[in-house]
Design a binder for this molecule. Structure first.
Ligand SMILES: [Zn+2]
Length: 301
């Protein structure tokens, strides 16, 4: 069955919970509750066993990978005459987010530690991490994005799928930021990250959080039919999952990682707003994981 969502076309296939299917010892597929169905026919389900929210049908793996080679996927025009100084001076969200990520990583890792950035995109984190004294490199399956890493930011990147990446060493930290919701098989990514991590190494993740206040509100409007519930809200076809603390703990626990931190970063924090009230609110949103994305740190124990 073919599907077209804006400029993105591909082959659609039905799926059950991809986490439980890969990790269950028993063959029984857990039940899933339909949360809402978009006008385009995509169902958004929540798995009764692990709590993962997933889209079905969704694109096949081959169709999914083609999304990231299309220029409509991301506006890369800023990289036409990009400079580190200009980016740093801008203090925009993209810069602030890399600073927040570095501060998070520095709580667990030291200078000289090896970090792998999985799905590194344009390589901004790698650039900043290496300036801070880490040995950071990326893996990026999109040729379009890895070319920006190589030719514009000039950071070390391996243009391949993580599954096919065979480095001669293991890593102290692996960062999987805004990536798991895009991949065909999230269990495969976490299992491979376990293999590539040193014992005692850390995993740093960010994923969409369907328990976030604004996401819960948008989901409610979709369920009530008030909001246009096409793919835009969930991020389909490039986003195929949304998580909560339980679904993330389940996925990481089944693959051998132990969760040691959950928090969430509000847009106000990412945009560097200094309003005292919003700063205070950001502290609670962070602590109670109520923003649209969950930040998680897990350890290989
Ligand atoms: Zn499940």
């Amino acid at each position: 069955m073919k599907g077209k969502f804006g400029p993105f076309e591909g082959i659609l296939e039905e799926t059950t919970c991809p986490v439980c299917r890969e990790t269950n010892e028993v063959s029984k597929v857990p039940e899933a509750k339909l949360i809402f169905r978009s006008h385009g026919g995509i169902g958004y389900y929540r798995c009764s066993q692990c709590n993962l929210m997933y889209a079905s049908p969704r694109f096949t793996e081959e169709s999914m990978l083609k999304i990231y080679e299309r220029e409509e996927f991301a506006d890369l025009s800023e990289f036409n005459n990009w400079s580190y100084e200009k980016w740093k001076e801008s203090r925009n969200r993209s810069y602030n987010v890399q600073k927040l990520k570095i501060m998070l990583v520095e709580r667990y890792l030291s200078q000289g530690d090896r970090i792998l950035d999985v799905g590194c995109g344009t390589g901004l984190f790698i650039l900043e991490a290496n300036k801070k004294g880490f040995l950071c490199e990326g893996v990026e399956p999109s040729l379009m994005l890895s070319n920006i890493c190589k030719n514009v930011l000039k950071v070390p990147v391996n243009h391949t799928l993580l599954e096919n990446f065979v480095p001669p060493y293991k890593f102290n930290g692996i960062i999987i930021w805004d990536v798991l919701e895009h991949v065909y098989n999230p269990v495969r990514i976490i299992k491979k990250s376990f293999e590539l991590s040193e014992w005692g190494g850390f995993l740093f993740l960010q994923v969409p959080n369907y328990r976030g206040i604004s996401n819960q509100y948008k989901n409610l409007l979709c369920r009530l039919g008030i909001r246009d519930n096409e793919y835009r809200h969930f991020g389909f076809p490039w986003h195929v999952y949304s998580f909560d603390k339980r679904s993330l703990s389940f996925l990481l626990g089944k693959t051998g990682f132990k969760v040691i931190l959950f928090e969430s970063w509000s847009h106000w924090l990412k945009d560097g707003w200094r309003n005292p009230l919003l700063k205070k609110l950001s502290i609670y949103l962070r602590k109670w994981c109520l923003s649209d994305y969950i930040v998680c740190v897990a350890k290989k124990v």
